[in-house]
Design a protein around this ligand. Structure first.
Ligand code: WTA
Length: 567
């Protein structure tokens, strides 16, 4: 029997109170995600249960019970407090998927500070704009990433502490740097957790829009109510499961469902901190007897490409349930997974701002391959007319997705950008910025985004950020960035540029510009192709017509070009 039982029954008279009761939380109580994910499991008799099975390069393994997680997060919290970090201070986590990342996340929350996880693959510019926006007080990082912080240090007077978790004592430390070695630190057993309340801020996740700098999505401790119940009902986590969420906690999936969802339920999870290869993933599932697996379409498409023979060489019989998030999951991938793993990938739709799953497929529900499924109980979802913002009642007619605000894990604002936050609400609906249809049975079908944001392998890239970075290259005069189709990543970044006088438009320069962006922003934001142009298509008012360039890449109709300045 699945945790959700019958979807139809669950949506009747649904109340989030149910999750509150299961978590023994009452309105006005102290609620702290760090405590829920560690101490509470120990109180419930799971102290000796395995919480984290971690594997790094070369097959190195580390294991932590819930009691180990409790002690480690206390120890980190204690250390941060000793440095003078207080509640609501922002602490950036800038690490690979090492155990310290997971443990510090809880340590930061335990002292009431705000965790700001960022991908360790970010270059200095990407890092800088996000630390600047949050006015981050401390950053926890690794030796190999500290040089990026050093390069931008002068511009960050607010950043008081750079904490290195794996320093080997060899190279000298620089300004503001200190060393914290979790294994050597004295374990803190008794720890006073900061009494955060439902609306106390917990987390800042950065996400990209079409225009402007990345936005810091603010979440609060009460979000655990949504994350707990969605993990229980959609991922169907059971007490004896071995769960594997492949996402990096630099991305919301890696915190909502790579930490909070499973650990608020006291579930054992495993983490693989190496790059992707189909072979190593299957080995990991086999070795750890993974039973619930949450991944993303790009990885699934890569697994499809790796072929079915590889699957036959591994014992994947431990798998019981599998799900996906981040991009449209092709019907083909769902059908394929049913054939090769004996079960379909259950698609789930949500975003950084929503904090937890919104539209999803449930165990026991009929799956329509290619559909995102139905709203989670308690979520009121519609497809809205683009002009009136009223729900469209006719089936299969595309419109803007809208959600009625009010679920526990909804973002509370964009950090320092209330104005943009407010613009996300129209006519009483929250607009995630995506388009969909609803069929006659109430299933949602993804149509596309309502903006120019590029979703490459499940990661959102802002054309504006890449264009701005391109302009910093000496050869580039003007730039326009759009998505181009890609077999595995669905979309990749493509840049159109015009050059400054004196530069030669050749392959060598293309490579140099690509590398420039990779270092400044990240490997994901790096254009996979640069096309040189004499002149970019612009409107008469001087706005670059990205739409035209994009249509060309996708072989679509260009549409209305009446505003094109073609002199
Ligand atoms: C897209 C990821 C189609 C969508 C948790 C959304 C999806 C954005 C799906 C959020 C899906 C996510 N089908 N598209 N199942 N899931 N998306 O904030 O455009 O990184 O708005 O959060 O990814 O991306 P974000």
């Amino acid at each position: 029997m699945s945790n959700i039982g019958s979807y139809e029954e669950r949506i009747k008279d649904f109340s989030w109170k149910l999750a509150e009761e299961e978590l023994e939380y009452k309105d006005g109580d102290v609620i702290n995600i760090g405590w829920y994910c560690s101490d509470r499991n120990c109180i419930k008799g799971k102290g000796e249960k395995m919480a984290l099975i971690w594997e790094g390069l070369g097959g190195v393994e580390k294991k932590y019970t819930f009691n180990d997680v409790r002690l480690a997060s206390n120890t980190i919290g204690h250390h941060l407090r000793g440095l003078g970090i207080k509640n609501e201070d922002r602490v950036c986590l800038f690490m690979d998927k090492i155990p310290e990342l997971y443990l510090s996340f809880l340590g930061v929350l335990k002292i009431g500070a705000i965790a700001q996880p960022l991908f360790s693959a970010f270059g200095d510019e990407s890092l800088h704009v996000r630390l600047e926006n949050a006015q981050t007080k401390a950053i926890i990082t690794q030796r190999k990433h500290v040089s990026k912080v050093r390069r931008i240090l002068e511009q960050m007077p607010y950043l008081e502490h750079i904490i290195i978790v794996d320093h080997d004592g060899k190279k000298p430390l620089k300004e503001r740097e200190t060393v914290f070695n979790l294994e050597e630190a004295e374990k803190i057993d008794e720890f006073e957790i900061f009494p955060t309340k439902a609306e106390s801020p917990s987390l800042l996740h950065y996400t990209s829009g079409t225009t402007g700098q990345p936005k810091g999505v603010k979440h609060v401790h009460y979000s655990i109510i949504s994350q707990y119940l969605t993990a229980k009902w959609v991922l169907d986590l059971q007490d004896d499961d071995i769960y594997w969420c492949t996402a990096d906690p630099g991305w919301v999936t890696g915190t909502s469902y790579g930490i909070i969802g499973p650990w608020s339920q006291g579930i054992t999870q495993c983490v693989l901190d190496t790059g992707f290869s189909a072979e190593s993933w299957y080995k990991f599932i086999e070795k750890n007897k993974v039973s619930m697996w949450y991944s993303a379409p790009t990885a699934i498409r890569s697994l499809m490409k790796a072929g079915d023979d590889l699957i036959k060489q591994h014992d994947l019989s431990s798998l019981r349930h599998i799900a996906s998030v981040g991009e449209p999951l092709n019907a083909e991938a769902v059908i394929w997974s049913e054939k090769v793993y004996g079960m379909p990938f259950y698609d789930t739709y949500w975003q950084t701002e929503t904090g937890s799953m919104m539209l999803t497929n449930y165990p026991g529900m009929k799956i329509k391959p290619g559909s995102m499924g139905k709203p989670f109980p308690g979520i009121i979802a519609a497809v809205l007319d683009e002009k009136t913002f009223e729900p469209i009642t006719e089936p299969n007619k595309p419109g803007l997705i809208g959600f009625k605000p009010g679920w526990p894990s909804m973002m509370r604002t964009y950090w320092g950008n209330e104005e943009t936050y407010k613009k996300k609400f129209v006519n009483g609906w929250y607009l995630p910025g995506d388009k969909s249809t609803i069929d006659k049975d109430g299933y949602f079908w993804f149509v596309g985004r309502d903006d120019d944001v590029i979703n490459t392998g499940g990661h959102l890239v802002s054309p504006f950020e890449v264009e701005s970075a391109l302009l910093e290259h000496e050869a580039v005069a003007e730039s326009a960035v759009v998505a181009k189709p890609d077999e595995v990543n669905m979309e990749v970044v493509k840049a159109f540029v015009t050059l400054n006088p004196g530069f030669v438009a050749d392959d060598d320069l293309e490579l140099k510009i690509m590398n420039f962006i990779r270092k400044k922003l990240s490997p994901l934001a790096m254009p996979q192709e640069i096309e040189y142009m004499e002149k970019l298509p612009k409107t008469r008012s001087g706005k670059i017509m990205r739409r035209m360039l994009r249509a060309k890449e996708w072989g679509e109709e260009i549409g209305d070009t009446s505003t094109l300045d073609d002199e």
